[in-house]
Structure formats: C-alpha cells, structure tokens
Ligand binder design. Structure first.
Ligand code: PLP
Length: 422
C-alpha cells in the first residue's frame, strides 16, 4: 500500500493504527485487518442556516471601526504579559477581575471620566451589556421589581433587564435626554440611562436633569445604572463627566472597550457603590463568566503605558473627520435632512423630511441599493403609556464603520440616495 500510494511505510502503519484505535478497522492477531461493522448513521440534518445578507454599505449603528484596532500595541502588550506575568496569572482569576486591571481602571476612569471610586469598587466583566446584566440581576435579588429604561433605547438592554427578572418600563427621552421628572410616578427602583450620549438620540442629559436624577435616587433609595458605552469619544463639546461622580452611592457605572478598542475583546467594567459590592461580586461569581485574565493584564499594560490614551486620541480624530464628512455630504446632497446628536460616539441621528417618504420606506429603499440602515423606530420601546416624545421619522446612522476608504463611498451612497428621494 505504501508503494501504491508513494508514501513511507511508517505513514501507512500510522494510518492503520489510528483507524483501529477509532474503531473503523478490526485487527486480529495473525489474521487480516478488516473494516469494522459500524452501523451507518446519517448525519443529523443541518439546521437551515439563516442567509446573512452581505451589504455593500453597512451604516447601522453600534459598532467600532475594526480596522482601527491598535494591533501592534496590543501584540506588544500581550508579549510583555506572557514574558513577565507570574505563574499564578495562568490560574483561575479572581471573579472581580485581576487586581492590576482594577487599579489601572480606577485611575483611568477618575482621570478620563471623573468617576469617583477605589479599585475595590471596580468589577471587570465581559462588556457593558454583561455588566448591566449582573447589576440588574443583583438588584432583582435584593428585591427590586421594576426598572425604567430609556425610550427610545438599546433593544438588547430591554432583553437583558427582562432576563434579570425585572419588569421593564420605558422612560421617554427628548432633546435634553431622559425625562427624569417622570420617574416619580413610575414606581421603579432602578433606572438605566446613557447620560453622556443618549442611545440612539445622541443627546446629552442636561445638567439640571442630572441633579434631579440623583436626587430622585437618593429620595427613593433607588439605583441609577449609568451606561457610559462611548464616553471616551467626544468631539466638539465640553467634556461631559460621568454622572456617577454626583452620587457614587446611588449610581452603578458601566463601561466597555467595545467602542474604544474592539467588541471582540469582551472586556468591560462596573463601578459599584460600596454597599452593593459584596452582592455584585457574589452574582459575578455565580454567573462565572469573566474575560481572560491574560487579556485583562494586556489591557492593564496598554492603559499604564499610555497606549490606550494615545489610541483613543487617534480614534477621536478619525471619527470626528468621518462625522464631519457625514454632515457635509448630507448638507450638500440631501439638504432636507437634519443631523443631530453627533458631538460624540460613532452614530448620529439623521432626521428625515416629515413631508417626504416614511422611515420604513427609506430603510427599504436603501436596502434595495445595498445600503443597510436603521430607523429610529427600531429602538422604540413598546410603551403602553405611549409617551413617545420623539416621533418624527429619522435614521440612526453609524459612522464609525465601515472601515478605511469604504467609509467614504458608503457616505456618498447614502447622501446620493437621500438626495434622490427628498
Ligand atoms: C448603548 C449601548 N450600551 C451598551 C452596549 C454594550 O456593549 P458591550 O456589551 O459590547 O460592552 C452597546 C453595544 O453596542 C450599546 O450600543
């Protein structure tokens, strides 16, 4: 057989022994080797794969530019960790996260976002979504029943809150952010907000509403969960610090690397009021899902060497120019549209002419031209109170993606399309 196949005898012997080990052949001492009588089972029918559409231009919100990931800085950080980390770093990590990262994050968040905390209050998790899930579960375990989430807001947050066992109600938002004055009549013990850059409207929670929100939390012994998903990315407005700084005892702060580095990393963090730390840590232990300790150490390395700050500065410049291109292109080609909420993050609200085609029609028309868009309606809460403050047709356009030069063509295609239909 070795001669027939033109391979070495050793390869044939190896192949035979493997087939025997796996039960496909039966070898008898002094006899021939035969094929085993293996019952033939047909493989289970493959689940019908849902066809994923390949878009020519994908301008849906919520994602970072994957091409901007600082590959060489990350590779250097990982190399450093693998060289320097003590052996215990390869063991099970503490469920609150590596202490090195918690110390680095406490410093970074204080400096960059004005968060007031010690490393003891930091809990490392696999993203803001995971962190908020932990927080809401822990609060449900402490007897909270109802949570208010922003309306419009991120649909995945509503699912996370419901999965935590809480009843979810919508808190309407307007051009000043969440309408916190409504909380008093909503009978909720928890509220989740995006104060720095409301998702998806893009507005900032006004100063008086911030004060009012923490006062409400204090008066009702309620908890505010602050989702600071893109807090690092601000462009031409005064830095807006974290709400948490106004009342570290009533605000749970959630942050993530998903917008600043890459969603693939799965690293985020919570900053927890001291009185809730033990309970949150227990919940995290129970859920038992933390990011790799080695990645945590690599992120520590990136933060402490200044590489993270440098990367965020570069990203701000890149996203600001992409944002400007979106605004300029629409002003030129589709002047009936109005762009708002674009002073931070990676998405903007593009308001459509109320006299023109409706939102669903625009999204469908764009899809026929290979442009993936999200309408504002996609982010609405099925609110029984029907308190929608925002009802005019609009698109939520992600300008952080697509990557590289394809970004320019995508924006041109969008501007040309919106210009044609208006
Ligand atoms: C508003 C908002 N909050 C939180 C998240 C969660 O991010 P992650 O779980 O990837 O950290 C996202 C993700 O897109 C988001 O858009």
């Amino acid at each position: 057989l070795a001669t027939d196949l033109g391979v070495g005898r050793g390869s044939v012997v190896e192949a035979y022994s493997r087939l025997i080990e796996e039960g496909w052949l039966v070898a008898r001492q002094g006899g021939s080797t035969r094929a085993a009588a293996v019952p033939l089972s047909s493989p289970p029918p493959a689940a019908a794969a849902r066809p994923t559409r390949l878009w020519q231009h994908d301008l849906r919100p919520g994602r970072a530019d994957p091409a901007s990931f600082p590959r060489s800085d990350w590779a250097a950080a990982v190399r450093r960790v693998l060289t320097d980390a003590p052996n215990e770093a390869f063991d099970y990590a503490e469920w609150r996260g590596r202490s090195e990262l918690r110390i680095a994050l406490a410093g970074y968040l204080g400096r960059a976002r004005g968060v007031r905390c010690t490393a003891e209050q930091v809990l490392v998790c696999t993203g803001a979504g995971h962190g908020m899930g932990l927080a809401l579960r822990a609060l449900a375990g402490l007897g909270r029943r109802r949570v208010a989430v922003e309306e419009p807001g991120a649909p995945q947050l509503r699912r996370i809150a419901a999965a935590a066992g809480l009843e979810v109600v919508g808190l309407p938002c307007d051009e000043h952010g969440a309408r916190v004055e409504l909380l008093a009549g909503m009978d909720v013990g928890v509220v989740v907000v995006t104060p720095a850059h409301q998702f998806p409207l893009g507005v900032t929670l006004s100063a008086d509403r911030r004060t009012r929100l923490v006062a409400w939390a204090r008066d009702h012994d309620a908890v505010v969960v602050e989702d600071d998903y893109d807090g690092e990315l601000r462009y031409d407005r005064q830095p807006v610090g974290a709400l948490q700084a106004l009342d570290p005892d009533h605000v749970i702060y959630a942050g993530t690397t998903s917008k600043s580095l890459a969603p693939a990393l799965r690293i985020g963090w919570l900053v927890v009021p001291p009185r809730l730390c033990r309970h949150l840590a227990k919940t995290a232990e129970l859920i038992n899902a933390a990011p790799s300790a080695l990645d945590q150490l690599a992120l520590t390395q990136l933060i402490t060497t200044g590489g993270f700050d440098r990367h965020v500065r570069r990203l701000r410049g890149l996203y600001r120019s992409r944002r400007d291109l979106l605004i300029d292109s629409l002003a030129t080609s589709a002047p009936t549209t109005v762009v708002t909420g674009a002073s931070a993050g990676g998405h903007a609200l593009v308001r459509l002419d109320p006299a023109g085609p409706g939102e669903a029609e625009v999204v469908a028309g764009a899809a026929r031209r290979g442009i993936a868009l999200s309408g504002l309606t996609d982010f609405r809460h099925p609110d029984p109170l029907d308190l929608h403050a925002e009802s005019s047709p609009a698109l939520v356009v992600g300008y952080a993606t697509p990557a590289g030069q394809s970004h320019r063509t995508a924006i041109s295609a969008l501007a040309a399309f919106l210009g044609q239909i208006s």
